[in-house]
Design a protein around this ligand. Sequence first.
Ligand code: GLN
Length: 468
Amino acid sequence: MPDYQNHSHKLSLIRDGKLSLRENISNYIYRIKEQSDLNAFNFVFEDSLQDADRIESKIKNSTAGKLAGMVIAIKDVIAMKDRPLTCSSKILKNFTSLYDATVIKKLIEEDALIIGKTNCDEFAMGSSNENSAFGPVLNPVDKSRVPGGSSGGSAVAVAADLCDASLGTDTGGSIRQPASFCGIYGLKPTYGRVSRYGLTAFASSFDSIGPFAKNIYDTALIFSVISGYDENDSTSVESDPVELDFSSGQKKKYRIGLPKEYFGAGLNEEIRKSIAEKVELIKKNGHEVVEIELPHTEYAIAAYYILTTAEASSNLARYDGARYGYRSKENKNLTDMYVNSRTEGFGDEVKRRIMLGTYVLSSGYYDAYYRKAQKVRRLIRDDFIKAFEEVDLILTPTTPSTAFKIGEKTKDPLEMYLGDIYTTSANLAGIPGINIPIGKERGGLPIGMQLMANHFEEEKLLQFSSHF
Ligand code: GLN
């Protein structure tokens, strides 16, 4: 199979009759089967082939949408009409969605083909894709290692060339971290810029949907399609349509901030070195690089895990065995049914979060934990606002280490949580962030670099990223 550099190249092959869309999607379905040990997909939609000819004739008549020719995989926490929606949880086994999420509607309107639903951590809670009722996803670069999480399947689907691009969700790093572990691009947009109508809620004041792709152009293209105000999502924000001009963006000179708190102890030396090399390159290209401070960084993980578990405990109260999916069989009474269905339906990590969240919200502890964490959240946000008065973009590692071994951190949840050190802040502040693959460590594992921008400055983020 040819190695496609970017979507426009593939589209031109399809337009010139050198590749049919039917072939494109068939190749992917074949590859998904061939590489089924990666376990990237919960469901593959082979019937999507039926749309190939229709879209192809639109391409030939020049009436096709912006994503025509593109084959996209969707994290199994996003609703698609008449398709299963499980969130990789036993509690939603056999649940089928009644409607399309806004992002799905927008992808289809632009003639993308949806190839299937990807595996993920249960309800998007995790950093390794090991918390899935469908089993773990393997990293295609080294199958003994995790792909990252929670959008592990979406990252692997792109990295292993099982589709052109995919959608994931990011509550505390679930797009950027797996993108980093798998060596691809992953964009977490500004909170509110992409509608979450049809996204299963984990922590509603943090959740965002964004693309994974093999290059910055496809990342930007998908982002431009899925972003925008949606009256069905009360947190979605009116913002200008995304217009990207990569040629003029390449000429602009930026001021880049390196927060010293992100380069302390605990950062893998090879990642540090790779980033330092990129920083040199950035300077050589005429941009300015300055050291900055984000003084409340050390409290980010604690605040994140208090606030997100609180929101999760509330959001996941709706899975009670009565309304959705799984219901326990032997129940003496109603309470029994709730307890048994939830006990049998949820996995360990989800239960841990519900318990933690219920605890931090409980009377007597609310002020000590929840309210305090809200205050810390504000301080973290203010750190960023202040930093962006001085710099255009902030550059950091995406993760403190490269992809770890399957099973390496499952016994110690705290250690797993600490791996989210560089990604949770962007969600606490609501700002956009992207992972850019910048190289490989000696053992061949991908290294990622994170860039963050101020609210609604994705254009700047994407334009600068096109340098790499
Ligand atoms: N790893 C983080 C967590 O477990 C982030 C998850 C996410 O972004 N969905 O909560």
